[in-house]
Design a protein around this ligand. Sequence first.
Ligand code: SF4
Length: 161
Amino acid sequence: MSRLLVSACLMGQKVRYDGQAKTLLHTCLARWNSEGRVVPFCPELAGGLAVPRLPAEIEPEQDGDDVLAGQAKVVDRAGGDVTAAFLAGAAQAVKIAQSRGCSHALLTEASPSCGSSFLYSGHHNGMRRTGFGVTTAALRAAGVAVYAPHQIDALSLDCAW
Ligand code: SF4
C-alpha cells in the first residue's frame, strides 16, 4: 500500500514555530488517514528543533536545493544559523518516506522545510517569493512527488499512489 507523507502540522499537531497547528480539513485527507495511508512528519522537530522556536527563513534568493548543496543557510529571526537542523530533518524525511513507502507528500506551503511553491523572502520582513524548502528539495531528489495543500484535489486525482 502506498502512503502519503504529510506535514505533521497539517494533521493538527502543534509543532509549528509558534506552538500552533495548521490543520487541513479535507475529505480526501480524512479518508486517506482512516485508511492508514498517512504518515505525519515534522522535519524541524526531527532535526532537533524545539516547540516553540524562532521562525527561520532560507537566505534571500536561495532555495532548498541551494541549502542541500551547501551554498545557502537557514537563519532564524535572531540571526542564528539553523542549517544543520534543517538538513538533518530533510534527511530524516527521506528516510521515513522510503521506509514507509511514501511515493507522494503533502506539505505545508511557505515553510523553509516544507514549502513547495513559495517561501518567505529571507529578510524576515513578511514578504513572500517563489521557492521551495529543504525537505521538499530532498524528497523531490529522492523521487517523492510533493504537493501543497492547495493542490490536494490534483493529488487525489493522481491514481499512481
Ligand atoms: Fe509543519 Fe513542516 Fe514546519 Fe514541521 S517543519 S511545523 S511539519 S511546516
